[in-house]
Design a protein around this ligand. Structure first.
Ligand code: NDP
Length: 241
């Protein structure tokens, strides 16, 4: 039957793949054999990956990037909508413009990119993986726009699984607290991180590589009967209060 997670000959795009979780995903897909293009708003060379600059909140730029990758390699098999995030922004005191930017990055960009990927994937088949968050299901205070966008991202996959199946599979990963270069800025110092870890089933924060393994599963034929799913990779999540 062969190695179902082998991506030899496949072409992938990972948005926000220049650092953090996205970079771990891109490296894992490349190690499995895929030709991987990553993007950020800024682009610096990364060994083994093609790096392009693209602000995915701009629908024309998002489409141009997808078309360029597909034209260069003659196909597109995998799209990982990973670029995302948000400053803490209590809705009552933040501007409509900020909420709009958060939704643009975390929900509208994956919509634009999926629309752009659709014609390339329709004939040959494809897999779209949306990087969501535990915030979609259990939001913390100050994350209303972000949490709403991530919940929308999960719903987007459930819907597209039907609209675009069976050729294109669309799934989400419900990401828990992950250690990255930005962990301290996001979750606070070591004591704050230890307090978070005590409430998680796995008793620790997750690693970017653990999200990368789940992404490889959803991107590859190993998950051929999985679509419209939201896969929890959150160490069991937080204990209910
Ligand atoms: P980082 O902030 O470390 O990296 C974000 C990446 O996205 C960078 O490559 C950045 O590059 C790129 N990016 C940001 N804005 C844009 C844009 N407008 N257009 C194109 N690229 C952009 O993020 P993480 O690795 O922490 O998070 C990755 C994903 O995982 C996000 O969707 C996040 O919501 C989700 N997540 C993360 C968790 C965590 O604990 N870290 C928890 C739950 C979910 P550049 O700055 O050059 O644009």
């Amino acid at each position: 039957m062969g190695d179902l997670a082998n991506l030899d000959g496949k072409v992938a795009i990972v948005t926000g793949g220049t650092r953090g979780i996205g970079l771990a995903i891109a490296r894992r897909l490349a190690a499995a054999g895929a030709k991987v293009t990553v993007c950020g708003r800024s682009a610096q060379a990364i060994d083994g990956l093609e790096v392009v600059a693209c602000d995915v909140r701009d629908p024309d730029a998002a489409r141009a990037m997808v078309d360029a990758v597909a034209a260069k390699h003659g196909r597109l098999d995998i799209l990982v909508n990973n670029a995302g995030g948000s400053p803490e922004a209590p809705l009552a005191t933040s501007s409509p413009r900020l909420a709009e930017r958060v939704v643009a990055l975390n929900l509208m960009a994956p919509i634009y990119l999926s629309q752009a990927a659709h014609p390339h994937m329709q004939a040959t088949g494809g897999s779209i993986v949306n990087i969501a968050s535990v915030s979609a299901e259990r939001p913390s205070p100050g994350t209303a726009a972000y949490s709403a966008a991530k919940a929308g991202l999960i719903a987007l996959g459930r819907s597209l699984a039907h609209e675009w199946g069976p050729a294109i599979r669309v799934n989400a990963i419900v990401v828990g607290y992950i250690e990255t270069e930005a962990t301290e800025a996001t979750y606070g110092d070591a004591a704050a991180q230890a307090a978070i870890a005590r409430n998680i089933g796995a008793q620790r924060l997750g690693r970017a590589g653990e999200i990368a393994e789940a992404t490889l599963f959803l991107a590859s034929p190993a998950s051929s009967y999985v679509t419209g799913a939201a896969l929890d990779v959150h160490g069991g999540g937080e204990r209910p209060p």
